[in-house]
Design a protein around this ligand. Structure first.
Ligand code: ADP
Ligand code: GN1
Ligand code: MG
Length: 366
């Protein structure tokens, strides 16, 4: 097994949880860009038990205890809603496993923060849409996630990453990365930089309307990419929304937009052949229908009218974040090969350009 160099404390961490049975396997797991995720397997007298163990990215999430307080509150709340609706709370939401000392996280002797969840068995996690029905289902699930949290006390949530989807603030961070040009890469990507800079006016649209009180703040997930939802392996139905690190007050557009960015694109986020990247309008419309259904009539007319802008801005915002990280030397998003963040930025900008071409079709039905 290859263990991430920062994860050499994993055995110390596993001991802190004192789980029943014998540990038979520990493997790196999943394709997240942020945390280090492992799957643990135990043999117990009552059968095999699996757990997800994660080293939280402490460089990105500056206050892991506050983050875990959010996740505990949100998952406790979701459990109750799911039970009330007759669902299965062990499979339809994350379940935090506590340490032997009854804490929801563990700090190892090198000051890394860890947490553990029940592994949700018999599920699949998709990197790209395989069928329209699955995407529709994910849309209903993300819409109803917002709906389930409609009465959650938003003021108890900590802001785990300040200004996470504040696009003007992301734009300023991007400008600073261009000015710093830490690795002397800027001249290689002038075309991409110009593409981003020329769209500054768009960055303010949603935050201005929020400030004017024309769009409501809700409790949103804020990272609704397709691989943050688990599908039931046998029914292929959307089962559980995971990766709750960024559940915070936000706009419905953030969740709508981030799903479109990942799910309605015709190619992978890091596709190098840009001719393969466009917005699939059928998937866009499918998702819109499902999301509105999941939100159960709770979105205002103004919110609905601006959903296309959510799609465009979340794609643009992710593009400038990837490009800034490429310029900074790939310090935020995990990369597995050279120029991966640049390739990711390029796919996002290609999608934005395609949305601009298809804008009439995207806005027609709103
Ligand atoms: P990151 O923030 O790095 O994206 P995630 O929390 O999304 O981390 O986890 C990474 C991957 O691990 C997910 O995409 C999913 O495949 C898998 N995963 C996470 N939690 C669970 C769980 N409770 N049960 C099953 N798989 C999970
Ligand atoms: C990160 O954690 P993960 O891989 O689901 C990032 C998102 C980006 C996404 C791009 C906390 O999501 O904001 O949209 O990568 N999460 C954080 O793929 O920054
Ligand atoms: Mg994730």
């Amino acid at each position: 097994m290859t263990i991430h160099p920062t994860c050499e404390k994993i055995d110390e961490v596993i001991s802190a949880y004192a789980l029943p049975g014998t540990l038979t396997d520990k493997q790196p797991h999943g394709n997240g860009h942020i945390n280090d995720t492992f799957l643990l397997t135990y043999d117990t007298p009552t059968g095999t038990r699996k757990y997800i163990l994660q080293r939280m990215n402490h460089a990105i999430f500056k206050n892991p205890p506050a983050l875990m307080e959010n996740i505990s509150h949100v998952t406790d709340y979701l459990r109750k809603v799911i039970i009330r609706r007759g669902g299965d709370p062990d499979r339809e939401t994350l379940n935090v496993i506590r340490t032997a000392k009854d804490s929801v996280y563990y700090v190892d002797s090198s000051q890394n923060y860890w947490r553990m969840f029940l592994f949700i068995e018999d599920t699949i996690c998709l990197e790209q849409v395989e069928s329209t029905r699955e995407f529709y289902d994910s849309a209903v699930a993300f819409g109803s996630f917002q709906q389930m949290l409609a009465d959650f006390p938003a003021d108890t949530l900590h802001e785990t990453i300040p200004n996470f989807h504040n696009t003007p603030s992301r734009f300023r961070d991007f400008q600073k990365a261009v000015e710093r040009d830490a690795l002397g890469r800027a001249h290689l990507v002038q075309e991409e930089i110009d593409f981003a800079l020329s769209r500054e006016a768009d960055t303010h649209v949603l935050t201005d309307l929020l400030a004017k009180g024309e769009l409501p703040l809700r409790v949103t997930h804020n990272d609704t990419k397709l691989n943050n939802i688990l599908f039931d392996r046998s029914t292929r139905k959307a089962l559980c929304i995971i990766d709750l690190d960024t559940v915070m007050p936000g706009l419905s557009h953030y969740d709508f937009g981030d799903s479109i960015r990942t799910g309605a694109s015709t190619g992978a986020e890091d596709e190098q052949d840009l001719s393969k990247i466009e917005l699939n309008l059928t998937l866009y419309e499918t998702f819109t229908k499902g999301f509105l259904e999941g939100c159960q009539g709770s979105l205002t007319d103004r919110e609905i009218e601006l959903l296309p802008m959510g799609a465009k801005l979340m794609t643009y915002e992710c593009g400038i974040r990837f490009l800034a990280d490429y310029l900074d030397g790939d310090v935020y998003f995990k990369i597995h090969r050279e120029n991966q963040n640049l390739d990711r930025a390029r796919t996002q900008f290609k999608l934005v350009a395609d949305m601009e071409k298809k804008w009439d079709a995207m806005t027609r039905r709103m």
